[in-house]
Design a protein around this ligand. Structure first.
Ligand SMILES: CC(C)(COP(=O)(O)OP(=O)(O)OC[C@H]1O[C@@H](n2cnc3c(N)ncnc32)[C@H](O)[C@@H]1OP(=O)(O)O)[C@@H](O)C(=O)NCCC(=O)NCCS
Length: 325
């Protein structure tokens, strides 16, 4: 058994179509939905998002991101022993998207399953993969966050449809004698399920209930700022880790004002917070690995850096993972 798991490679994949605030505003105006590019950018920091066309799938994006992560790590699909895919927007009810990715990659040796913790899905999946590696059940894992949230949007609801985008990010994790993942802390509170949800289901061949994403934006905002700040401090305290030793925060990318508030609460300079929400919008479980990959490609995050990954979202769920890259 190895004392740690370490991230050896990252990857990302986005749909081919980028949609700017201006383009989205025009599309919504045709439907009689009033918004403006300026409102979206000043209230959220979002300038554009990528949206899947009907022929693009969750599995396709996830597989591309996974292959990139494997290539960055010098590994191949045949090496992979575990695939955990975090998503709330699978291509089908079952089999899992993780199994579809396994087939697409030809990763014959892997155990594959999905995790559903909405926008916290990636940190949940990373925590489970880290535990399975440290317990000696597997030697490595592909951990993927991949979403097609555009398929849950009510394009007549301006309070939600301007916020979300599609995409996938992945990391390849391997057993290691050196850190690695230093610690993980997850939380859930099912009593807050009503502030962010999609309650519809398939029954008797029909959709029963509401198939669209619904959100109490202000309640989610307040909750996100509170739990992200507390979750970071709780994890640091349990590891005896000092805030001044943190190089970068990679939080779930929902709204730049949430990210700034968390940075302020932690007394972290804003240049140590990775912000990609402007480019991607909120991509739910894909947002953290997309942001991590972006910061690595841009050479902001480098080997040896201490990085805090944070998720927060529907459930309510939230969590933090501290990693030495
Ligand atoms: C959704 C969110 C951007 C709204 O921003 P806000 O500053 O709280 O705005 P409010 O909800 O107070 O709305 C202010 C006004 O803007 C309006 N508005 C909402 N969406 C709008 C849009 N797309 N365009 C123009 N006006 C809009 C509201 O109707 C309201 O108008 P009113 O004052 O006449 O009633 C913000 O609450 C947020 O980011 N919440 C968290 C969302 C999130 O992170 N979700 C995912 C978590 S995983």
């Amino acid at each position: 058994m190895s004392p740690y798991s370490a991230i050896l490679g990252t990857g990302a994949s986005l749909p081919r179509r980028a949609v700017s605030n201006q383009e989205l505003t025009l599309f919504l105006a045709e439907k009689g939905v009033e918004t403006s590019a300026e409102w979206i950018e000043t209230r959220t920091g979002i300038r554009q998002r990528y949206l899947c066309d009907p022929d693009e799938t969750n599995c396709e994006m996830a597989s591309k991101a996974a292959l990139q992560a494997l290539q960055a790590a010098g590994a191949t699909p045949l090496d992979v022993e575990l695939i955990i895919l975090a998503t709330s927007t699978p291509d089908q009810v079952f089999p899992s998207t993780a199994c579809a990715v396994q087939a697409e990659l030809g990763a014959h040796k892997a155990i594959a399953f999905d995790i559903q913790a909405v926008c916290s899905g990636f940190v949940y999946a990373l925590t489970v993969a880290d535990s399975m590696i440290r317990a000696g059940q597997v030697n490595n894992a592909l951990v993927i966050g991949s979403e097609v949230f555009s398929r849950l949007m009510d394009w007549n609801d301006r309070t939600t449809c301007v916020l979300f985008g599609d995409g996938a990010g992945a990391v390849y994790l391997k057993a290691s004698s050196e850190p690695g993942i230093l610690g993980c802390k997850l939380h859930s509170d099912g009593n807050m399920g009503s502030i962010l949800n999609t309650t519809g289901r398939i029954e008797g061949g029909r959709i029963v209930g509401d198939p669209f994403l619904r959100m109490d934006g202000q309640a989610v905002f307040r909750q996100a700022v509170s739990v992200l700040g507390n979750s970071a401090l709780e994890l640091f305290e349990s590891l005896n880790f000092k805030l001044e030793d943190l190089d970068f925060l990679v939080p779930h990318q929902a709204n730049v004002r949430i990210l700034n508030s968390v940075a302020k609460k932690l007394k972290l300079p804003e240049d140590r917070v990775i912000v990609t929400v402007g480019m991607h919008g909120n991509t739910s479980a894909a947002s953290v690995p997309l942001a991590l990959n972006h910061a690595i490609v841009q050479k902001q995050i480098k080997k040896g850096h201490n990085v805090l990954l944070q998720g927060v979202g529907g459930g309510f769920t939230w969590g933090s993972v501290l990693v030495r890259m």
